[in-house]
Design a protein around this ligand. Structure first.
Ligand code: IDP
Ligand code: MG
Length: 146
């Protein structure tokens, strides 16, 4: 029987190196850590979100007290947006970046190494396969994914 292997969305996650990472010159160091951890870059660009982009991207948090501050932070400068591929990508990437609050993040995680605070925490990582697909499509067309 012929074996057909489909590329499932479960192998992909979406990340942003947030404005603080770009401002501090940490793009190279963070990307090195990501690729050294076995993630393949499927899509990547330097881009800046508009206020409307960030409001839509973080719509799930619109009732939270930090929503306004979050939108301001995420739009104040360029970000690196990327789609990453690896087995168990979503979960493994969340492990690599560490907890939302860098003060609680495990040693060696990206947030422990490069984040300043719970609000300015260096990187985004999708929290589910569905959101990885939605967030990837928010930033990249099919032709920009390799
Ligand atoms: P996550 O990025 O670890 O998934 P979420 O709870 O989805 O964390 O929050 C989205 C982003 O909102 C965080 O990465 C951080 O930038 C910001 N944020 C989360 N909680 C707080 C908070 O309590 N105060 C300020 N900013 C926060
Ligand atoms: Mg989240």
């Amino acid at each position: 029987m012929r074996k057909i292997i489909y590329k499932m969305a479960t192998n992909r996650t979406f990340t942003m190196l947030k404005p603080d990472s770009v401002e501090k010159g940490n793009i190279g160091a963070i990307l090195e850590k990501i690729t050294a951890s076995g993630f393949r870059i499927v899509a990547m660009k330097l881009t800046q979100m508009t206020i409307a982009d960030a409001q839509a991207f973080y719509a799930v948090h619109r009732e939270r007290p930090f929503y306004g501050e979050l939108v301001e932070y995420m739009t104040r400068g360029p970000i690196v947006a990327a789609i990453l591929e690896k087995d168990n990508a979503v979960e493994d990437f969340r492990t690599l970046i560490g907890t939302t609050n860098p003060a609680e993040a495990a040693e060696g995680t990206i947030r422990k190494l490069y984040a300043d605070s719970i609000s300015e925490n260096a990187v985004h990582g999708s929290d589910s396969d569905d959101n990885a697909a939605i967030e990837g499509a928010f930033h990249f067309s099919g032709r920009e994914q390799f």
